[in-house]
Ligand binder design. Structure first.
Ligand code: DC
Length: 222
């Protein structure tokens, strides 16, 4: 099999990227890299250290003082501790866009993301993977869905996880994150050049997964 293949899956929050990316990675035997989890872990670090994520200076001060990485089970860790559950709370979701808008934080995490992908076959999901992190990705997908549909999906997920939030709150959070993610100065959410747009509003997870696998096959990568 070829090596150093990267599949970039970008798009707005709750568009189903991570579910699909995980399935594709597992089917192809590629490493799945959830870059959103890294921004969430940084946000969680601020919160537990009593730093307001809206305070850019204090938040950026943590760069180099905390360690964010994936463990052998591909779970996100903060200073070696698995925080994969802690990063999914509404409090982290409400604050992560501020952290993700700080250029020094982005540069630090992007460096780590490129390091992870080096010499490996990866499916990496995020906002700026095809446009900035791995611009040489052989396949770039821009996965979208209507905000209302994305809020329904995220709300359902929250309920299944026992997290309390109303549909209206989730919709507001989705729209707020869309705005902040696409208006930041450095590596914003954009549709990368050469990317293939997939609108998943009326598609099942399996249909999206198969569509992307077919694109990868058509390119002769697998
Ligand atoms: O994919 P997610 O919802 O877990 O991402 C959490 C936040 O991190 C989201 O508001 C956007 C930001 N993010 C980013 O700016 N760049 C990435 N590559 C991935 C996520």
């Amino acid at each position: 099999m070829k090596t150093n293949i990267s599949i970039a899956i970008d798009g707005p929050s709750a568009s189903g990227k991570s579910t699909v990316a995980k399935l594709i990675a597992s089917e192809l035997g590629f490493l799945y890299v959830d870059t959103g989890a890294m921004y969430r872990a940084f946000t969680y670090a601020c919160l537990i250290k009593g730093i307001d994520p809206k305070d850019k200076e204090k938040s950026c001060d943590l760069i180099g003082k905390i360690n964010i990485a994936f463990n052998d089970e591909n779970k996100i860790t903060l200073d070696g501790v698995d925080v994969s559950k802690e990063i999914r709370t509404p409090e982290v979701a409400d604050n992560v866009s501020y952290i993700a808008s700080y250029t020094p934080v982005r540069k630090d995490l992007i460096r780590a993301q490129r390091e992870i992908a080096k010499g490996r076959n990866v499916v990496m999901d995020g906002r700026d993977i095809g446009s900035y992190v791995l611009p040489d990705s052989q396949v770039k997908i821009y996965q979208i869905a209507d905000a209302e549909e994305r809020a329904i999906r995220r709300h359902k997920e929250n309920l299944e996880k026992g997290l309390h939030s109303t549909y209206e709150e989730v919709l507001e959070n989705v729209k707020k994150r869309d705005y902040i993610d696409s208006h930041r100065e450095f590596s914003p959410l954009v549709e990368a050049e050469g990317s293939i747009r997939i609108d998943t509003t009326h598609m099942t997870i399996d249909e999206v997964k198969n569509a992307i696998i077919n694109i990868i096959k058509e390119k002769g990568l697998i």
